[in-house]
Write a protein that binds this ligand. Sequence first.
Ligand SMILES: NC(=O)c1ccc[n+]([C@@H]2O[C@H](COP(=O)([O-])OP(=O)(O)OC[C@H]3O[C@@H](n4cnc5c(N)ncnc54)[C@H](OP(=O)(O)O)[C@@H]3O)[C@@H](O)[C@H]2O)c1
Length: 271
Amino acid sequence: MEAKRAIVTGGTSGIGLAIAEALVGAGFAVTVTGRDAGKGAAAAASIGAGFAQVDHSDLSAVRAFAAGVEGVDVLVNNVGGAFWNRVVTPDGHETTLALNLLAPVVLTEAVLPKLREGSRIVNIVTKLEKNMKLDLDDPQGEKRYKGFDAYAGAKVGLLAWTLDLAKRAESRGVLVNGVHPGIVVGTGFGADMPWIMRAMGPVIARLFGMSRSMEDAVRTPLRLATTGTETGRYLDLDAEIPLPAQLDDPAQVARILALCAELGAAPALTA
Ligand SMILES: NC(=O)c1ccc[n+]([C@@H]2O[C@H](COP(=O)([O-])OP(=O)(O)OC[C@H]3O[C@@H](n4cnc5c(N)ncnc54)[C@H](OP(=O)(O)O)[C@@H]3O)[C@@H](O)[C@H]2O)c1
């Protein structure tokens, strides 16, 4: 029997690589994506996966990758990151918004028609104590940019779209969930942050018991990608996380979904 196929974006190191390795172990034919071709090919070979070079902050590259995708059973939208300085991508989007929100939305909406019945989509989001809000009056940080606020806002956007997609995809038997992996020290996350933050972040996370092992971080995404039967959930170690207040307001959610469509990620499926 042909192995089920999985894609893990940003799967050449960090949390994505650990998820990809676990999926290979579960018998999936896995493709991981990343920017760095040498690192990506070596990482993929080390776990028995295939590799595709894609810069997910470049939406035309994401569309080109999506065009070549066929017959997928599992899509893990893992790629993401926070950036200290505001950088605009070649297609004119602020990088944090592009990478964390627009890239997964563009990829997923493009491959949705090619997903097999019963497919599973796992979106790696986050849970922060504060500022979990997408600034809809300045989504690209043109008036004010703060890396972690932009990151939190983009992940709130991804969560809003995740929950909407779960409803739209239900009739096709496609399960869609968002997971907070927890704080995992030692990945490349926040690599362009000032050195003091990079140095102190792990110390503080460990000191206050906030960090999580890679094994624990991967457990819920792996379960949702392989055996989970739920959809439309926002989970942290299998426990439901209360939604950010912004997502309790249907008008705000509608504006977030309209923003995704306006910036190039129109929904491919309606409910
Ligand atoms: N680490 C944490 O504590 C934590 C907490 C909550 C949520 N998360 C979320 O978990 C996910 C994974 O985080 P992580 O800590 O594992 O991150 P990471 O170590 O920075 O991610 C590394 C992976 O992402 C790829 N990548 C980065 N930018 C890319 C781009 N523009 N295009 C294509 N690939 C790109 C890297 O490949 P290249 O090297 O080739 O670019 C590599 O495969 C993210 O969505 C993050 O927001 C992480």
